[in-house]
Design a protein around this ligand. Structure first.
Ligand SMILES: *[C@@H]1O[C@H](CO)[C@@H](O)[C@H](O)[C@H]1NC(C)=O
Ligand SMILES: *[C@@H]1O[C@H](CO)[C@@H](O)[C@H](O)[C@H]1NC(C)=O
Length: 332
């Protein structure tokens, strides 16, 4: 009797259409948007787990909020570059209104512009479009994403200038546009009231002088651009990381007052910097990287701190630098 009853219950559960419906946490609108996205991307292998008969909170490449069960994270980032993945970022990505984290990474055949419907995702905190074939401009609609904390568009094929409206993003702490084909000036990030984001703009074609507001930033990488003029202002507050290498900067390094013990990384190689190395640099104990090679510096390398722990390749190809680790100065 008992076992027959159990069998009945078991059969009921097996055949009933309800258990799935009871356990599904995924919001139907989110599921619909994700299935549309999968279709628009031509059913790539990486989205195989996106089965319409299963709870979308269980799928790969997404995350649901624990309480609301709305999709908060979408990360399409194969561990090896997925070359079968062709096409553009589909408009359906804009139909996930609770998204906080969006990333497309290592997709060399993801092409076209940054999808305009991303402007609807006003809850976004992290936008990461990296190592793709995405091209076109950095759109000014990104300035509408007022909750952005991190914006990483590095390693793409983006061109044109950075819209200056991006400097108004109130919560931005990290901006990486390295390795694109961006041009024009560096916008005025940072203000005395708010430090401004860590800024990584290396390997582009930015040109002209830099804005003074960048002095409020703590981490700046402007390497491999065509920037020119005076960058001494960047030393005026508490810089930690400064990479200005391979630009056209020209200023007198002797006049720079180096703040003590904030600086850990200073790379100035390949510029037109003149004057001598300020004695203050010999007092910084935290300096881990230092490179002033290929400039027009002169005079004795100050002794002390970390300056003699770097080899001659940090100092070579200058006008007339001398003293350890280069050869001794010839006192007349
Ligand atoms: C970037 O664009 C150039 C043409 O402008 C193209 O040759 C190159 O393959 C593109 N790179 C990527 C990663 O898509
Ligand atoms: C400093 O920069 C020069 C020029 O790019 C490079 O050859 C050298 O290896 C660098 N030195 C160090 C210690 O990285």
């Amino acid at each position: 009797m008992g076992s027959m009853f159990m069998l009945g219950v078991w059969l009921f559960l097996l055949l009933s259409p309800f258990p799935l419906a009871f356990s599904e946490r995924c919001h139907p609108n989110d599921k619909k948007a994700l299935l549309q996205l999968k279709k628009d991307l031509n059913n790539p292998y990486i989205l195989t787990s996106w089965n319409p008969n299963e709870d979308c909170c269980e799928w790969y490449c997404v995350k649901c909020d624990l309480k609301t069960h709305r999709i908060t994270d979408l990360f399409i980032a194969p561990s090896v570059p997925e070359t079968n993945f062709h096409g553009r970022i589909p408009p359906s990505v804009g139909d996930l209104p609770y998204l906080q984290y969006l990333s497309f990474h290592k997709l060399p055949n993801l092409v076209g512009p940054i999808q305009p419907t991303i402007a609807k995702l006003t809850n976004l905190k992290y936008l990461i479009l990296t190592n793709t074939g995405i091209s076109g401009p950095v759109p000014s609609f990104l300035a509408q994403l007022k909750n952005l904390d991190l914006l990483d568009l590095s390693f793409n094929n983006l061109s044109g200038p950075i819209p200056s409206s991006l400097t108004t993003l109130p919560k931005l702490t990290w901006l990486d546009f390295s390795r694109n084909k961006l041009t024009g000036p560096v916008p005025a990030f940072g203000s005395p009231k708010k430090p401004g984001p860590s800024l990584f703009l290396s390997h582009n074609q930015f040109s002209g002088p830099i804005p003074a507001s960048l002095a409020n930033l703590e981490r700046i990488d402007l390497s491999r651009n065509k920037l020119e003029g005076d960058a001494s202002i960047l030393f005026s507050k508490r810089p930690q990381y400064l990479d200005l290498s391979r630009n056209l900067f020209a200023f007198d390094l002797s006049r720079v007052k180096v703040p003590q013990n904030s600086l850990t990384w200073l790379d100035l190689n390949h510029n037109k910097i003149y004057g001598s190395i300020p004695a203050g640099l010999a007092k910084i104990e935290n300096l881990q990287v230092f490179n002033v090679s290929y400039n027009q510096l002169c005079g004795q390398i100050p002794r002390g701190g970390k300056l003699q722990t770097f080899d001659k390749y940090s100092y070579f190809h200058n006008k007339c630098l001398c003293g350890s680790p280069l050869s001794p100065c010839n006192h007349k």
